[in-house]
Design a protein around this ligand. Structure first.
Ligand code: DP6
Length: 361
């Protein structure tokens, strides 16, 4: 598929007004997206577990204007409170998706959004937020073109979500979602995420992810700036090659239920992501002392108990603790007893792998 296929033919129906609501999850990358080209094209393919509890619910109300607006007309609120601060990001998103959603200037929109996770918890809301908004917009497009297939709907939702935030492309459908072209993955694309098409062992079903909120403050360096620093980075080529190789290795790991292989690959990806930050110019560190304390505790506990608990990191100080469902009772005990003390206000969120976004009526 090329971008042209996402430019619609003239619509067959017209709709004056309505509203639509979607709940869309966050996701946690196993092979990380870090570095991008023009137009939100990833520098390397990535894959993530879809989360279940960490999600955004967005309601989009729309009303046709008497004549097309010159500019985009919208209001946005978070938890019932108008959020002027979100407007520039949404405006940029609308500008990027306008060629693919030509109805955007014909309507006035009210966007009401709320997150299931605590405010400023440091959990990225861009993946869940942008995917929820993309799905609502696709719902409008489906009203204008009712013949659209479900497959195209999801694919274009992911395509649009990507233009809002790269990782959002992986938050539409499926438990394990890959985004970015990879020679070993049939159907993979830089333009949208796909459900992982190969066999996945049942040990990965309902895999658990407890998110330890180590630092809820504002990050010193945004992901946008971090991605940008991968241009002219001394190790970028090796890093991008490594991501491709790791995706290839994951195929047999997933198929065979190779938990040791999984742990080694996932932890290495997390540390490589942060190594890229530390070796950028300018360099920066997003981990905090407690991030390292937690990592060391996880390693010691895994060694002592022979459980399969491991960690991954996103672009911040928080730690995602990953473990199979059959170890849930013991690992949750370990988290409460030994790790919660390293979290800000003792806060953590138990989550697990989900299936993707849902329409809510
Ligand atoms: C470290 O998707 O937030 O979480 O495309 O600029 O919005 P933008 O970046 P974003 O980057 C996420 C980076 C990451 C790794 C990942 O999710 O793959």
């Amino acid at each position: 598929m090329t971008v042209k296929e996402f430019i619609p033919s003239p619509y067959t129906k017209s709709v004056a007004s309505g509203n639509t609501r979607y709940k869309s999850p966050s996701n946690i990358a196993l092979v990380k997206y870090w570095g991008k080209k023009e137009n939100q094209i990833p520098a390397n393919p990535s894959i993530s577990f879809t989360l279940n509890e960490c999600a955004t619910v967005t309601t989009l109300s729309y009303r046709k204007a008497d004549r097309p607006n010159d500019a985009f007309s919208f209001e946005i609120s978070l938890d019932g409170k108008k959020e002027e601060g979100f407007k520039p990001k949404i405006k940029t998103f609308f500008e990027r998706v306008y060629p693919y959603l030509p109805f955007l200037k014909e309507y006035h929109f009210e966007i009401e959004t709320s997150n299931s996770f605590p405010h400023s918890s440091g959990i990225a809301s861009s993946a869940s937020g942008m995917s929820a908004l993309a799905l609502c917009l696709m719902e409008i497009e489906r009203n204008l073109d009712p013949a659209m297939s479900a497959e195209f709907f999801n694919r274009k939702a992911s395509f649009l979500a990507r233009l809002g935030s790269g990782s959002a492309a992986r938050s539409i459908k499926g438990s394990l979602v890959q985004w970015g072209e990879h020679a070993g993955t049939e159907g993979s694309s830089d333009l949208y995420g796909i459900e992982y098409p190969y066999k996945v062992h049942s040990v990965f079903n309902d895999y658990c992810d407890t998110i330890l909120l180590v630092d809820k403050g504002q990050k010193q360096v945004s992901s946008t700036v971090g991605h940008d620093l991968m241009h002219d980075h001394p190790f970028s080529k090796q890093r991008f090659d490594q991501a491709h190789a790791n995706l290839s290795k994951l195929r047999s790991i997933f198929e065979g239920g190779d938990l040791d292989g999984f742990i080694g690959l996932v932890e290495s990806e997390a540390l490589t992501l942060h190594a890229m930050m530390m070796t950028s110019r300018p360099y920066f560190i997003l981990m905090k002392p407690n991030t390292l304390e937690i990592i060391n505790r996880i390693w010691a506990y895994r060694e002592a108990t022979k459980t399969h608990v491991c960690f991954t990191l996103d672009a911040g100080a928080n730690v995602h603790v990953l473990y199979p469902k059959n170890e849930k009772a013991v690992v949750e005990g370990f988290i409460a007893d030994e790790l919660a003390g390293y979290c800000q206000n003792g806060q953590f969120i138990h989550d697990h792998v989900g299936r993707g976004a849902q329409k809510i009526n």
